[in-house]
Design a binder for this molecule. Structure first.
Ligand SMILES: *Cc1c(COP(=O)(O)O)cnc(C)c1O
Length: 359
């Protein structure tokens, strides 16, 4: 194998144990959308079911149906849009989805589709959901609905990792809006608001579920989650496919952005941006190899990239050796920072071409 992502299920289990210090296991709704943030949706789902987790959230109808195909017991909520034509299929499969506007309610009533849904409220994320001044109309409509059975309400934080004041405001709005609905619409039993970072900073006592995503996978730093500690579930590795000592000063890779010196030892590694190693890491990133951080030199290519072997390793470095891009020794958050993005994008950007190895 030229490169692979190792998925450490024991670390996932350790993360669940750590989460149990924050919330009850029964409250955990595991967010496994986007192939479980690149970790392999069905494998992660099965592993989590073994720990006793019974509720899952995904983004698409396809993801939800894939889980339902192998498991009839677990609760599934779709966090993304469900097109009108898909609503009966989703509902026949006992899958929950969200209602975000009046049009959806009208469609369901008109077409007499029995559905169990969660109402999505926009408390300040600005993505989807009912706004504050729509709540009384929503309540009135729902009271007259024959087919829309609203079992719950939820909303989403926009900045739970960075803006405490705004998050508190969203929490306050959620409380008011959801209480106003619950006073009138008695089918509503469940409320949820917290995501991974929200769960670390805010109490879950008022909520029935907590939607856990990135923290399950350990795509976080100890500083962000203190006093709790989460372990990386994914590690990305690739093999050295070629090593050379430069015979003279010479450019490395496309665009001639790096000049290697005569005598430098340069290794070519079998992974590139088509695998999910971002091109932003050109002349900026590093890999972990035999106790050293080795710089990525020149531009990252589609399927390969070059690293500079430090003098200490010049004699021992050899073709076939394995280097780590992130995992045990390099936190994926560091890589994300170098790419001006977040760990989520790095993890779910590891492409299908990269085999996932479970251990
Ligand atoms: C993706 C998503 C989550 C999970 O967020 P994390 O930050 O990974 O915990 C929770 N809620 C909604 C609505 C989402 O779209």
């Amino acid at each position: 194998m030229r490169c692979w992502a190792e998925i450490n299920i024991e670390n996932l289990y350790d993360n669940i144990r750590e989460l149990e210090k924050i919330t009850l296991k029964e409250k955990i709704m595991a967010v496994i959308k986007a192939d479980a943030y690149g970790h392999g949706m069905m494998n992660i789902c099965e592993a989590l079911i073994k720990t006793g987790i019974k509720k899952f959230a995904v983004a698409t109808v396809e993801e939800a149906l894939e889980i339902r195909e192998t498991n009839n017991e677990v609760g599934i909520l779709i966090l993304g849009p469900v097109e009108n034509e898909c609503m009966s299929k989703v509902s026949d499969n006992n899958i929950y989805f969200m209602i975000t506007d009046f049009e959806e309610i009208e469609y369901i009533e008109k077409n007499r589709i029995n559905v169990n849904v969660f109402l999505k409220l926009d408390t300040g994320m600005g993505r989807v959901g009912f706004q504050e001044d729509e709540i009384s109309e929503l309540t009135e409509k729902l009271k007259n609905c024959k087919y829309v059975n609203a079992v719950g309400i939820f909303s989403h934080f926009s900045s739970s990792d960075s803006d405490e004041e705004y998050t508190k405001l969203q929490e306050k709005r959620f409380k008011e809006m959801s209480e106003n609905i619950m006073k009138e619409v008695h089918s509503v039993k469940y409320r949820h608001l917290l995501n991974s970072f929200g769960s670390l900073k805010y109490h879950d006592s008022e909520y029935d579920f907590v939607r856990m995503g990135i923290i399950l996978y350990g795509g976080v730093t100890d500083e962000e989650t203190a006093p709790y500690k989460f372990k990386p579930v994914m590690s990305l590795y690739a093999k050295i496919s070629h090593i050379k000592k430069m015979h003279k000063d010479s450019f490395i890779s496309y665009g001639n952005t790096y000049m290697a010196k005569k005598g430098d030892v340069v290794a070519t590694v079998s992974i590139g941006y088509a695998d999910g190693v971002r091109r932003d890491l050109s002349n900026k990133g590093y890999v972990y190899y035999k106790g050293h951080r080795c710089s990525i030199i020149g531009r990252v290519c589609m399927d390969q990239l070059m690293i500079l072997i430090p003098e200490e390793l010049a004699d021992s470095a050899k073709k076939g050796d394995i280097v780590e891009f992130f995992g045990k020794n390099i936190n994926v958050v560091e890589v994300a920072n170098l790419c001006n993005t977040i760990s989520y994008e790095i993890l779910c950007g590891i492409s299908n071409r990269v085999p996932r190895i479970y251990k």
